[in-house]
Design a protein around this ligand. Structure first.
Ligand code: SF4
Ligand code: SF4
Length: 408
């Protein structure tokens, strides 16, 4: 595609990156077939090709309207378009640049600004989120159904965290909302890792990975969260003998793997970010590599489970079929799930900001997951887990929790 970027952005790092991405797009439209919002709305501007064109116009200096912002807001950032594109268009990176520009050049209505500010203030703060969740649980019986389904009645018990005993060490991220919603996930991962000869631990006071604020329109604050997390991790990576960072939430994993890119122009952090991205793995990648140690361990087989691969894992990190392989080797019977490449509608804060589209995607996903009559639904990201659990009586769990149960 030919481009003529406007002077205000042409010679900036963002302008050069956007230009290179835009030039790769041949406008073939293959990506529209896998775009969840295009499939629901049937509007070219609610598909990747149309959004790319809208961003191109914005970058070329054309007027940016509220309609432009609306179509970009409706994008889930699921990146299904990216893994479909035959030309290697990095849509996600273009969207980061496009959204920043649109945020700067348009004014959101006051209510929308308040809502976004509140989400950006509450969700990344673990204790504040925990407090509000506890209050939400008390008020749950009086909440409208749409809100009540976002507040799980209780959280599963975490269980014991094994004492460090192995020379091999890996870091896990507690994250911001996961410890309150599902404290069992990291503890279960630590117990599985312990059985395969790896001691997993969390860095004290490590906060949010930065994804939340970065993707909700506060990119500088998101970058500040990333730097703060690097500061917490760095002493353990430099002197603590940590060989990898094992992520239990694919939504955080995808962003930490991109720290190298996001902080590449920051001389104080570029080197550290590069190292951190290079050693970051989703836990399925770690366990898959250690399968010889894991395979003899499961004590229980059978049971039908449906696996939902989060977009942040299959499209964002391009890790496809690995969790399924780990589960199959451990004796899980995985039921077929049609359209498993499509987003469930969780997508960070999308379920709060775009409830109608998100709700429809959730219903579609749950019906696809239920089609093989599973006894439980497994996934790999806390956002998808909480979102899906709000719409079904079938238990939804992180796959590592189900795997650990079979080893116990
Ligand atoms: S992003 Fe890729 S698949 Fe979509 S129109 Fe452009 S070249 Fe085609
Ligand atoms: S990221 Fe997802 S929702 Fe957004 S354009 Fe691509 S496929 Fe569509």
């Amino acid at each position: 595609m030919q481009t003529a970027l406007a002077e205000f952005i042409r010679d900036t790092p963002e302008g050069r990156e956007a230009d290179a991405i835009l030039r790769k797009c041949v406008h073939c439209g293959f990506c529209t077939a896998t775009c969840p919002t295009y499939l629901l709305l049937g509007d070219e501007n609610d598909g990747p090709r149309g959004r790319i064109y809208l961003m191109k116009q914005a970058l070329e200096g054309r007027e940016i309207t509220d309609r432009t912002r609306l179509h970009l807001d409706r994008c889930l950032t699921c990146r299904a378009c990216e893994t479909t594109c035959p030309s290697g268009v990095q849509y996600g990176r273009l969207l980061d640049i496009g959204r920043k520009l649109v945020e700067e050049k348009t004014a959101r209505p006051a209510w929308e600004r308040v809502k976004r500010r509140a989400l950006a203030a509450v969700l990344p703060r673990r204790s504040l989120f925990a407090l509000l969740l506890a209050l939400g649980r008390l008020a749950r019986p009086f909440l409208p159904e749409r809100l009540a389904e976002k507040v799980p009645a209780s959280a599963p018990a975490a269980g014991a965290w094994p004492a460090p005993r192995h020379p091999r060490k890996m870091l896990a991220l507690a994250g911001c909302v996961q410890p309150s919603l599902a404290p069992d996930i990291n503890a279960a991962a630590a117990r599985v890792f312990d059985r395969i000869g790896i001691s997993l631990f969390e860095a004290k006071d490590a906060g949010c990975c930065g994804a939340l604020r970065f993707h909700i329109g506060y990119q500088e604050e998101g970058l500040a969260d990333m730097r703060a997390l690097i500061d917490r991790w760095w002493p353990m990576i430099e002197r603590g003998g940590v060989e990898a960072i094992a992520m239990t939430a694919s939504g955080c994993g995808v962003v930490v793997k991109e720290y190298a890119h996001l902080l590449r122009h920051d001389p104080a952090y570029a080197g550290k970010a590069e190292k951190i991205s290079a050693i970051t793995r989703d836990i399925c990648e770690v366990i898959d590599a250690e399968h010889a140690r894991l395979e003899p361990l499961p004590r229980k087989k059978g049971g039908r489970s449906a696996f939902h691969p989060p977009c942040t894992l299959q499209h964002g990190q391009n890790v496809k079929g690995v969790t399924e392989r780990v589960l199959a080797r451990a004796g899980f019977e995985l039921t077929p799930v049609p359209d498993s490449h499509l987003c469930c509608g969780s997508a960070g804060t999308y379920s709060i900001l775009q409830p109608k589209l998100s709700g429809q995607l959730k219903r579609n996903k749950l019906s696809a997951l239920a089609s093989g009559a599973p006894e439980e639904i497994l996934t790999a990201n806390i956002g998808c887990l909480a979102h899906l659990q709000g719409g079904t009586e079938v238990p939804v769990r992180h796959w590592i929790v189900a795997l650990e149960e079979r080893l116990s």
